[in-house]
Design a protein around this ligand. Structure first.
Ligand SMILES: Cc1cc2nc3c(=O)[nH]c(=O)nc-3n(C[C@H](O)[C@H](O)[C@H](O)COP(=O)(O)OP(=O)(O)OC[C@H]3O[C@@H](n4cnc5c(N)ncnc54)[C@H](O)[C@@H]3O)c2cc1C
Length: 466
């Protein structure tokens, strides 16, 4: 019998697999996707957030434990377990040496990514290179990997893992780590979670920024089996992305990052929120939800020539026109309303000293909604429009765990069933987000789950032999 069964093939699963194997356990990984799509949402990532007390290779300055903790406290509004959060934070100061041993390379933060050189270590080649390195290392260490195996149920006995099933195939193991992500690509479940607004199903124009394989099958199974949950099922990290993005796997290059440099109008050619409320890295994650609540779940980010070069250009070019009326026509908005919206905005701009790197004094006066920073009139051709729709990054609902990453049933920790990554991230990140923390949590608890599962399996094997 295999010692440790790992369900999932992203960062958390691979960290668990490698750690369990290093501890001497035999390991089998079951990944739902085919080999070419392996790596879940982790393949789309770029960096992880790391605590450090002094400059460290690619990280500048210092990012002490307390500051990391305060950042988490702020973004989650207190919806975080301090003990588990500090475990992840502390692990982030040492995990990179282990990651390097398994072939991951780092690079300084990329230009165009604001304020991250101090806090976040970037993966050379991105998340795809990271998961490929882990798969290579796992194979070298003798971890068995099966692709195209979507586990659909578990066999449990009083909270103890016995076996997993994919259709009629049964996988027995002494212990198990479930690291099969959230339920963001289960559109039915998303529909249920978001519901209807003004007679429209909110999710109908959504795209899933990551993998199509995170359908939450085991999340649902475990909930039905009585596992203790954490996190709000109706909450998801949701950003505004290019409306031409594919339904799945558009990744980071479909993000539209020019919102704070112009105005955003809905299908009725009306503004609906302060585009300059705060720095873009602090606000991008609210715009998905804002657009989700607009008619047709669509909006248009409008800029003029002055904004070009001040944001990371998205993968698709915007609609371009030499006049605003022409632009309105090209994107199919009512020209008169559009011109009225832009002219009113332009007239209300009180331009001071424009500076996109600070909360500057360029703002509107007497406009609803106001634009509180970086408000410059749209007056320089050519003009550009990017249609945007909501893009779901990940969901927050997960399993409640302890410091050994054990899944709980009615408050009792399972003796041999563990979880890591998005499936338990809600323990640390009850809501909100701070860049790079998903990989911090997955790496820390992936390694913990792998260690725990190996210990449970090897103890069990020892007992059986005695
Ligand atoms: C576009 C994008 C960019 C991101 N950028 C960053 C970033 O730069 N830094 C950061 O920290 N976070 C980032 N995130 C969030 C990050 O991706 C997640 O926090 C992290 O990858 C979660 O890891 P995981 O292993 O839990 O899940 P995943 O990597 O999603 O892995 C889940 C795995 O489970 C498999 N699976 C699902 N169901 C089953 C089943 N029934 N049976 C078998 N296998 C199954 C899937 O195929 C997949 O391999 C980003 C997310 C997206 C979508």
């Amino acid at each position: 019998m295999i010692d440790v069964l790992i369900i999932g093939g992203g960062n958390a699963a691979l960290c668990a697999a490698l750690t369990a194997r290093e501890a001497g356990a035999s390991v089998l990984v079951l990944e739902a996707s085919p080999r070419e799509w392996r790596g879940g949402n982790s393949q789309h990532t770029r960096n992880l957030r790391c605590m450090h007390d002094a400059p460290q290779d690619v990280l500048t300055d210092a990012y002490p434990e307390e500051e990391f903790w305060q950042d988490l406290l702020k973004v989650t509004g207190g919806l975080t377990d301090e003990n588990l959060a500090r475990i992840a934070i502390r692990d982030s100061s040492v995990c990179r040496d282990w990651m390097r041993l398994h072939g991951v390379h780092f690079q300084p933060s990329l230009s165009g990514t604001l304020h991250l050189s101090r806090t976040n270590a970037f993966f050379m080649g991105g998340g795809k290179a990271l998961v490929n390195a882990y798969y290579r290392s796992a194979e070298k260490l003798g971890v068995k990997i099966r692709y195209d195996v979507a586990v659909d149920r578990l066999e449990l006995q009083d909270g103890r893992f016995i076996a997993a099933y994919a259709g009629t195939e049964r996988f027995e193991a002494r212990s198990c780590v479930v690291a099969s992500g959230g339920f963001e690509s289960n559109l039915e479940w998303q529909r249920e979670a978001w519901g209807q607004i003004n007679g429209e199903w909110v999710v109908d124009n959504f795209a899933i920024r990551g993998t199509r394989f995170n359908k939450g099958v085991l999340l649902k199974f475990l909930i039905d089996a009585g596992a203790d949950t954490i996190g709000d099922p109706t909450q998801a990290h949701c950003v505004a992305i290019d409306a031409r993005a594919p339904l799945f796997d558009g990744g980071i290059c479909t993000r539209v990052d020019c919102v704070s440099l112009g105005v955003v109008v809905n299908r009725n050619a009306e503004r609906f929120y302060d585009e300059g409320e705060d720095f873009w890295p602090k606000r991008y994650a609210i715009w998905g939800r804002l657009v989700a609540h607009q008619p047709g779940q669509i909006a248009y980010s409008i800029i003029d020539a002055k904004a070009v070069g001040r944001f990371m250009p998205p993968v698709f070019p915007g609609e371009k026109a030499n006049s605003l009326v022409e632009l309105a026509r090209q994107i199919g908005l009512d020209e008169a309303t559009f011109m009225n919206t832009i002219n009113t905005y332009n007239a209300s701009c009180r331009v001071g000293t424009f500076d996109h790197t600070v909360l500057d004094d360029c703002h509107t006066e007497g406009l609803t909604p106001e634009k509180t920073h970086w408000a410059l009139p749209l007056d320089t051709a050519p003009y550009y429009a990017y249609a945007v729709k909501p893009g779901i990054t990940f969901t927050y609902l997960g399993m409640k765990i302890n410091e050994h990453a054990a899944i709980h049933f009615g408050g009792v920790a399972s003796p041999n069933l563990y979880t890591a990554g998005e499936m338990m991230a809600g323990n640390v990140l009850g809501k909100g987000y701070t860049a790079g923390v998903g990989m911090t949590i997955g790496t820390a608890f992936g390694r913990i789950a792998g260690k725990s599962a190996a210990a449970a399996a090897l103890q069990g094997a020892h007992r059986a032999a005695a």
